[in-house]
Write a protein that binds this ligand. Structure first.
Ligand code: FES
Length: 100
């Protein structure tokens, strides 16, 4: 099911935002004209990925202990478990995230 997570004009390039949709904690990232949604809770110890720093390749570094993850694919770097990604749709200036 699609849920509105943000308006396009409220986010600057390179910015991120934590959004709660139902029970799901989502980190929404805006990078190179695209939006990406992943789980906000780091699989290591639960750090807030939306508060991590994002590089130009879409890799976010968790602010707590520095493991990193691709916000595009969910792939982990230096950590054994990936993060969950969520489909994003942009329509009428609004960003929607698909959460079951
Ligand atoms: S909680 Fe994210 S690296 Fe430890």
């Amino acid at each position: 099911m699609l849920h509105e997570a943000a308006k396009i004009d409220e986010m600057m390039p390179g910015q991120s935002k934590a959004v709660k949709i139902g029970e799901a904690e989502i980190a929404l990232f805006y990078l190179n004209g695209q939006f990406y949604a992943v789980q906000n809770t780091c699989p290591h110890r639960g750090g807030p990925l939306a508060e991590g720093s994002l590089d130009e390749d879409g890799v976010v570094i968790c602010p707590w202990h520095g493991y990193s993850f691709s916000v595009m694919t969910g792939d982990p770097y230096g950590f054994p478990y990936p993060i969950k990604t969520f489909p994003v749709k942009v329509e009428d200036g609004r960003v929607f995230v698909e959460v079951e």
